[in-house]
Structures are given as structure tokens and as C-alpha cells.
Design a protein around this ligand. Sequence first.
Ligand code: HEM
Length: 514
Amino acid sequence: MDNLKLDDVKPLLQYSALAVVGLVLIRNAMRDPKDKTPIVGSSGFSSYWGAWKFIFDAPNIIQEGYNRYPEGIFRVARFYHWEYIVCGPKLVKEVGNTPENVLSFGAGVEELIGFQAKQTMGRAIADNPYHRQTIRTSLTRNLHTRFPDVRDEIICSFNDNLRLQGSEWISLPVLPTTMSIVSRVSNRLFVGLPLCRNEEYLANNIRHTTDVVRSGTIISLFPEFLRPQEKSNAKALDFLGPLLEERLAKEREFGPDWDGKPNDLISWLLELAEGNQRTPLDLTLRILGMNMVAIHKSSIAFTHAIFDLTTHPEHLLSMREEAERVVKEEGWTKAALNSMVKIDSFLRESQRLNPTGPRTCPFNLFVRRVVSKDGFRFSDGTVLPQGAFLSIAARPAHFDPFYIANYENPATFDGFRFARERAEHISHYDPNDSQDNFKKHMTSVGVDHLPFGTGKHACPGRFFAATVLKAMLAHLVINYDVKAEVEGVRPADMNFGRVTTPSATGRVLFRKRQ
Ligand code: HEM
């Protein structure tokens, strides 16, 4: 019995001893007297305290640094390294435009949030993420053709999730409801009917995503050698395996262009997959990966939009009027969404004030790791050594009246500010100038608007996300009334380290439109 107890605690003692040695070594390595980059928060030994504070107060710490160095670089202590925060349009552009072999997006994401791609998805998939190409190519190209399915799934999933009767108001938690709808709509394009409506399959995708986000955040508190291994989610194979077997068999029997081949993610993947990639397991992990990048942030963005709508309800009737008019004139098409300028503006403004990307997104943070052996030199002379982590102060930039010179009252939610700017632009539009395009659509990226990142890694899924979110918002305002549980009160965001999400339990009231 005594022996058993000793055996029980042995691994814990070994881990603790290793942790202490690791922390001492890492701390020593962190003391680099040559590094003159200013520190915000605590330094020296008390930087442990700074790293701890960062977990609960990152937005304020970054804002403080931004106020002091609005066009420079500062660093904050994390438990095992410094993180360099880049501010100002000039330097942000340099980060966005620098190639992967110098400032690596992949290495930054993998390490900083503890998302060990090789453990979660398998090394083969992390090394050759060809499935991501399908976002830029097939998925985006097929948005027009597949729009009727997007629309159909939006109608059905709103009905099934809201379950409204008569004129009754019901209170629903927004984030889980939104996640369920976005997940169904995305999977209608990924795997089609009936699997996209299978609740267990969808719940498994969502669970996988939230587990990875949660564990990624917690895992990053441990030094690398103590991090628990993420297990691949084998359950997804139970759902997808038979469907994938069937599709592979059809290709073997009738060739790649068989009659009746569905126009979905599975076909788009099979167009690119080679050798071992043409197995149910490999394909399943890629579909799971697509679910992770597609669902989480779109759901967060829509949740913020609903909270903004219920906090600023004066926007509802104008958007309803616009959506009804456009649908009457053009029908429910992808092209008709282009005419919904108020809805586009509202979503862009909601993202401006609640950027889910750069400081908050689970896998697609605007983070980089310096991988070139010579380090990276910014134009202001700051040199970051190989191995350094950096990210962008996006949220402060979105609020800065000097950075974004033409924002009036940048801290105020003004849902139609971009619709007004678009009308202004049209009134001065020069049809002979090919450069004279309006650059503030929901999907437009730039150093002044960072929710989808900017530069080489700007989000390739943003056209899909915008199509789904605009169609969902138009459907919501046409068919439902919505209001805050307590008038004027927006459920508070949650902060944990670099992850900020809208309240997971925040509710609003819905009823059928009266
Ligand atoms: C509102 C929803 C979304 C937001 C706010 C968002 C935001 C972002 C951001 C900030 C980045 C990183 C940019 C950088 O570091 O420079 C990113 C990258 C990425 N996003 Fe999104 N995203 C959204 C939806 C989607 C969807 C629906 C998909 C897939 C269908 C997707 C796929 C990706 C991929 C694959 C990358 C990595 C790009 C690369 O490796 O170069 N995203 N996203």
C-alpha cells in the first residue's frame, strides 16, 4: 500500500522537479541585458507576477503599452518567454508583408497558444495542410452556386434552434445557439445532408473545437515538456468514416467525375488528395480541422453582433427595411447580399469593436515567431532575435482616433458608419479610376481594420464567413424580434490570457416578428 502511494506521487515529484529546473533555465534565458525593447508590466523576478496578471488583464496591459508606444514595439512577460507587441500602421504592415520563412504564422500559432498541431491533427496534416487551399479556391468559388443550400440551412437551423411559438418571447443563450446554427450551415457545404443535421456529429465538432481552445489556453501555461498530449478526436471518424468510404469507392469505380458527385468539401478535398491522404482517417482529420477554423470565430462574431444589436436596438428597423427591399428586388442570392450595405456595415463595425482575431482567436491569432536565423529588423531599428514571439495591438488600433484618422467617436458603436462612408464614396466615385474602389466592406482588410488580419496570412475564409453571417443577420432581422434581457445591458466579455470571448452564458430574448 505504502509502495503504491509512493508510485502514485513519483511522477508528480518528477514533474515538479523538472518544472523548477525548467523555470530557472527559462528565466535565465529571458534575462537578456542586450534587449532594449521597453517592458510594459512587471520585469525582473516580478515578471512572474506580470505573466500571471497578463492572464486576467491582457487587454488593459496591451492598451497601456499602446498608449506609451503607439508607433513602436514593447514587450510583455509571459511565463516562458517575452512577447513583443507591435503597434502603428507602418510596423503592422511590415509584419503582414514579411514572408513565412522569416516571420512564421504557423510557428507562432503552434507555440503561443499551446495548439500543438502535430498532436491534435497528426504530423502529416500539419505538415501538408492542403485542405486550407480549398478555402481560397473551391469554397470561395462555389459560394454563389451553393448559396441556396446556405439559405435553406439557415432557415431550418433558426427554426430548430429557436423553436418559437405564437407571440411569446423566449430567452436563449446566444453563443451556444449561434454555434449550433453556424456549425450546421458550414457543414451543409462541408459534408451535406443528412450528416450536417446530425446533432451528435455537430456536438462532437463543437466539443473538439472548444476543447482545443480551452486546453490550448491552459496548456500554454505549462512549459513545453510538461504539456499534456492532445488526442485526436476519433469519434469524428465514426460519423464520417462510412460516408468517406462510400465516396472513395465511387471514385475508384466511376473515376473522379462520376455522375451526381456532390459539390462539397469532400469532393474538393479529393480533387487535391494524393496517396495516403486518400484515406478516411486523413480526410476526417482535415474536415475536423476545417470545422475548427470555420465555426468558432464566425459564431463569436455573430454573438457579438447580436449583443450589439440588442444594446443598440435603433439599428434593427433600418436593417429590416433594407433586407426586405433587397430580397424583393433581387431575391435571396449571394449577389443580393452585396446590396445589403447597412448589414455589411453593422457587422464590420461589430468586428471593429470586438475583434475576434488578432488578440482573441484560438488558432488564427495575428501572431508570428521569428524563424530566420538572423532575426528580424523593423524599419524603426528594433531587432527581434530568432525564436522571438510577436503579435499586433489590434484592439487599441481600432479605437485610436489618430491611427484611424477618419473615425468620428471611435469608441462609440455606430453600426452604419461604413454605410455612410460608402454613400459618400459613391457620390465622389470616378468610374475612370480603376483604383477608386470602396475599401471598407466587411471583407476588406488593411492596417486600420484587423479582425481578419492583414497581409500574407489575411483570413482566406472571410468571404465564406461574410456570406454566412450577412445571410444570417438578414434572416434574423426579417423574421424575428430580438431584445436585451435587461435593457441597455450587454453581457460582459470573458478574458483569459490572450483569449477574449463574448459571454458564453449571455442571453437575449427572441420572438417571432410581430
Ligand atoms: C468572422 C469569422 C472569422 C474571423 C474573424 C477570422 C479571423 C482570422 C484571422 C485574424 C486570421 C489570421 C490572420 C493573420 O495572422 O495575419 C485568420 C486566418 C485564417 N482563417 Fe479565419 N477568420 C474567420 C473565419 C474563418 C473561416 C470561416 C475559415 C474557413 C472556412 C477561416 C480560415 C482561416 C485560415 C485557414 C487561416 C490561416 C491562413 C494562413 O495560414 O495563411 N477563417 N482568420
